[in-house]
Design a binder for this molecule. Structure first.
Ligand code: FAD
Length: 313
């Protein structure tokens, strides 16, 4: 047990303790800890499942306690799972598709993200493209980042039958079947496709009847992936429409698109007042698209955004 005092960034701990962390924004839950005595500020438990809150779990990166707080690092057995790698293959030159065994009682919604741990202390979030009820595995799409600690390790050093440690899924970017006629627009850049393809397949599985538009943004045509799979899905479902948005292609290329991603979303959306919107991938782009969609009439309560914020460590 440790007696802790947090500094302004809420990461330092007296007595030299180190807390694993990643986004430092209360999103990834990599810094989950458990209080054993003292009062946990409500802000440090925002977004946590009730089952975790009731056991005193909290996010260290958002915790500014007013009185001393006694804590332990979160016991692994409650939140981490050891899983086998089932498949490991490339979707394009930079994107790895990793399929992992799904542990018993591992509940999630497609579009949420889990944490993959490297050596117990370095954790990174990856979004779930798989769909419970259709897929009996967990599917992740991992882009190789230049000098990236975890993405390069997953690409180069991990293979089928290896064991990975993952932390339970979290996040609010997923489909709910409360408005089955509502128009939906989903845009992802790069591996932002991972959550949105999961959300689309989930919505179709749950008989969503309104139009569903998926737009995959990429720098070059080679950066697109699962292109044929998405074209097939488009053919099979009348309410589903697959669009690409490639920034750099020759003007005579079939995938050439003169519109920027925000122009394309506004064009598809027409009237955004009752449109549900999902935006995932590059943080700058996601935040600017969110603003554009809001300014064009979309309601904030209908915009779900998952910016892939880089880790701080
Ligand atoms: C909610 C959430 C969901 C995510 N889902 C996915 C996913 O499905 N697929 C996926 O590939 N990634 C996803 N990410 C990003 C992922 O968590 C890691 O940040 C990414 O894999 C890089 O980790 P790394 O250890 O390889 O690189 P690091 O060692 O952390 O970083 C290496 C270098 O790359 C830079 N960098 C890292 N990430 C970014 C970025 N996003 N943009 C620009 N520069 C960056 C760093 O600043 C550093 O200079 C998600 C992130 C979040 C927060």
């Amino acid at each position: 047990m440790a007696y802790i005092v947090f500094d302004d960034n809420c990461i330092n701990i007296e007595q030299g303790h180190y807390i694993p962390h990643s986004c430092r924004s209360g999103i990834c839950q990599t810094c989950l800890m458990q209080a054993t005595d003292g009062e946990v500020p409500a802000a440090a438990q925002a977004g946590l499942k009730n089952t975790l809150v009731s056991q005193g779990y909290f996010l260290a990166c958002c915790c500014k306690p007013e009185t001393p707080l006694h804590v332990i690092t979160a016991p692994d057995k409650n939140i981490r799972h050891a899983v086998n790698v089932i498949s490991h293959d490339l979707l394009n030159a930079h994107v790895l598709r990793l399929r992992l065994e799904r542990p018993d009682n591992f509940d999630y919604h497609p579009g949420q993200f889990l944490t993959v741990w490297k050596e117990d202390t370095v954790g990174r979030s990856y979004s779930l493209a798989s769909v419970p009820g259709i897929d009996n595995y967990l599917e992740l799409h991992i882009r190789r980042m230049p000098n990236g600690k975890v993405s390069n390790w997953l690409h180069d050093d991990i293979d089928v039958d290896d064991v990975l440690h993952v932390q339970a899924a979290t996040g609010n970017c997923f489909y709910t079947p409360d408005a089955p006629e509502q128009k939906m627009i989903l845009a992802g850049t790069g591996t932002g496709l991972s959550p949105i393809i999961g959300i689309v397949r989930d919505a179709l599985q749950q008989q969503h009847r309104g139009e569903i538009h998926l737009v995959h943004g990429a720098m070059k045509t080679d950066d697109l992936y699962l292109h044929q799979t998405l074209q097939d899905l488009d053919q099979r479902h009348n309410q589903f429409f697959y669009h690409t948005n490639v920034l750099h292609a020759d003007e005579d290329h079939p995938l050439y698109d003169a519109m920027s991603l925000d122009q394309k979303l506004l064009h598809i959306g027409e009237d955004l007042t009752d449109c549900r919107i999902f935006l995932c991938g590059d943080p700058n782009l996601v935040n600017s698209l969110k603003k554009t969609m809001f300014m064009a009439g979309a309601s904030m309560k209908n915009i779900y955004a998952d910016p892939f914020i880089a880790a701080y460590d």
